[in-house]
Write a protein that binds this ligand. Sequence first.
Ligand code: SAH
Ligand code: SF4
Ligand code: F3S
Length: 439
Amino acid sequence: MKYFIEIWGCQMNEHDAEILAGMLEQLGYQKTEQEIDADLIILYTCCVREKAEHKVLARLGELKKYKHLNPNLVLAVGGCMAQQQEMGDYLRSRAPYVDLVFGTHNIHRLPQLLQEVKESDSILIEVWDKEQEIVEDLPAKRMDSVKAYVTITYGCNNFCSYCIVPYVRGRERSRHPKDILHEIEDLVEQGFKEIMLLGQNVNSYGKDLTQKIDFADLLEQIDSIEGLNRIRYMTSHPRDFSDKLINVIANSTKVCEHFHLPIQAGSSRILKQMRRGYTKEKYLELVEKIKTAVPNCTLTTDIIVGFPGETEEDFLETIDVIKKVRYDQAFTFLYSPRKGTPAASMPNQVPNDQKKQRFQHLLEVQNKISWEINQKYLNKTEEVLFEGPSKTNPNKLSGRTRGNKIVIAEADESVIGTIQPVKITDAQTWSLFGKLEQM
Ligand code: SAH
Ligand code: SF4
Ligand code: F3S
């Protein structure tokens, strides 16, 4: 039996898919890269923006033909889009050839669900409307051999007014530190060099635990694990970034000097409407504190353009923040109304062409800054953790600096999984190019 999993969305989904793959391999399934060879196809979906949803529906239409070619094929839809209340019924009427729909709260049920699917002659829908206790010790088949995802919190309690994630991922739940530490120690033993801690808001780690522990404490404990080289985390909310946390990061040896601080918008008025819990001034203050404590840090962000009611003046506040902070990179999104979120029914939705114009303007400003920052790396030597073959430059390897910049260099495959000094010889907007220094 062969499985094929297609993943949309963020790292949470990528890691869920690793767990699905782990469970399937325990059942004796093998992975395939070809839909046509598969006995089980899982689309693991995202719904953070409308476009992602449309793509899934189009993809289902394409996959229908494999059901004709292989009548035993099980076609399943899981993930955030499937978790939405009305989605099961929608798929039942629009794509009745789908065999199984499951949500984000019951992925551990996949083995039983596959059994039940065999006995059911219509679409089987099992979506739990509420999250349950965290299920520990699920197997995971890691996609990478150098860096590994480790979840520290599930769900989100923030309810930013534009965002659907809290509705499809449930309330915030922290894993026990001992479970997290065991998992990381085990990964280090297996040879992993870098850990990416996952949570929608890692800074609120521990708030729901009886044990008194916060994210800074957890980082300190992970920092002392021998054999681990690098620690990253995703995502930290600017509202909850404490001085204690900055201090721990500044003094740690393994936590990388990369800060991803999603601002979303530069105008304090819009930030209030977004329910982000900080103002432009507070955010800029935080960035200054970080730059002072960790002078060689890199900074990245997420930005939404065209939130309802965003005027040209509001938008220029975003441009102002970009110019003041000088991010290494910004991930920019057109605001997409999500049904059931407060922002979707706010008046003064921004017309699409205006959103696109602002998006373009922002991109131009940011790309210039990214390029300028990268030029400063020329002729410098960076510590690069090599991850594998470069996707864009065949015959070369790709790795990352501690600041999370991609570096492409010619090197022997034996350096994969090791940290090497690389002299930067060329710098572009999105990546650096270099030569391995002689050891
Ligand atoms: N928990 C993370 C982000 C999760 S979603 C955080 O708070 O930063 C990833 C990004 O998608 C968000 O940072 C935001 O920029 C974007 N996003 C979320 N909802 C969106 C929407 N309705 N339209 C456009 N972009 C959105
Ligand atoms: Fe969405 Fe806000 Fe939670 Fe991030 S913090 S997942 S943007 S609600
Ligand atoms: Fe998408 Fe779900 Fe992540 S909606 S962004 S895959 S948490």
